[in-house]
Design a protein around this ligand. Structure first.
Ligand SMILES: Nc1nc2c(ncn2[C@@H]2O[C@H](COP(=O)(O)OP(=O)(O)OP(=O)(O)O)[C@@H](O)[C@H]2O)c(=O)[nH]1
Ligand SMILES: [Mg+2]
Length: 219
């Protein structure tokens, strides 16, 4: 019986991977760089997307997919910026999957988008296991969460192409060893890029946006 459950789980992940591959094919056809933004609840995913929109306004055509258990609070903020956005609500769910992204892509003006930012559901576990068709995975880890997270949620840190250490404006108020944190991440993922940012003061946002533009240019 236990084996059967495991097989079903493998099938779900396998089917998801195949659908994610097809999503990526479609995104490639339209020349859209797609970034999956993941973090625990409240680490700063929406704030990062808003900062990115602000920096790239008039230069890059952005589209956004918002994943949340319920509400359209985040999508409303993106919509106010005049950016095409789709809200996906997943009652009882804890991550986006490739099927949901396939549906969202049908409702986005793909011809008018160069960069697609996907805000995953706030969660440090499940989103790492489900490919969406994205080209890059970005993990935001924020100072108030503590510097032990790479040890507690290693898969998320292993899968990430970039780790953004957010809320560095709070460093004077909290105990957080940025060097030890970076070393811990590099210990499990030596290729990862790490940027320290603050979505409140905009510190480091230039570096992040420059990384994004390099990825887009390389396509
Ligand atoms: N001090 C400080 N606060 C920040 C920073 N970035 C985001 N915040 C605050 O953190 C809170 C959560 O930010 P969001 O951007 O909504 O976080 P999120 O990851 O999108 O949250 P969920 O969608 O609920 O998972 C808000 O009150 C933000 O104003 C930062 O760099 N510094
Ligand atoms: Mg959000």
């Amino acid at each position: 019986m236990e084996m059967k459950v495991l097989t079903i789980q493998e099938d779900i992940l396998g089917a998801n991977k195949e659908k994610a591959r097809r999503n990526q094919e479609q995104l490639d056809k339209h020349g859209i760089l797609t970034v999956n933004v993941m973090s625990s609840p409240g680490a700063g995913k929406t704030s990062l997307i808003l900062q990115t929109i602000n920096k790239l306004k008039g230069k890059t055509r952005i589209g956004v997919i918002e994943g949340d258990v319920t509400s359209s609070i985040d999508a409303d903020k993106i919509h106010q910026q005049g950016v095409p956005v789709i809200q996906i609500n997943i009652p009882g769910g804890c991550h986006l999957d490739a099927n949901m992204i396939e549906n969202a892509l049908k409702n986005l003006p793909l011809e008018d988008i160069d960069l697609l930012l996907i805000e995953n559901v706030g969660n440090l576990i499940c989103p790492a296991e489900f490919a969406l068709g994205e080209h890059k995975k970005v993990l935001i880890s924020s100072i108030p969460e503590g510097d032990d997270k790479p040890f507690k949620y290693p898969l998320m840190f292993t899968e990430a192409d970039v780790v953004l250490v957010n809320k560095i404006d709070l460093l004077p108020h909290l105990k957080f060893d940025t060097d030890a944190f970076s070393q811990a991440i590099k210990g499990i993922n030596e290729k990862v890029e790490i940027f320290q940012i603050s979505c409140t003061t905009s510190q480091g946002i230039e570096q992040w946006v420059s990384w994004l533009l390099t990825q887009m240019g390389g396509r």
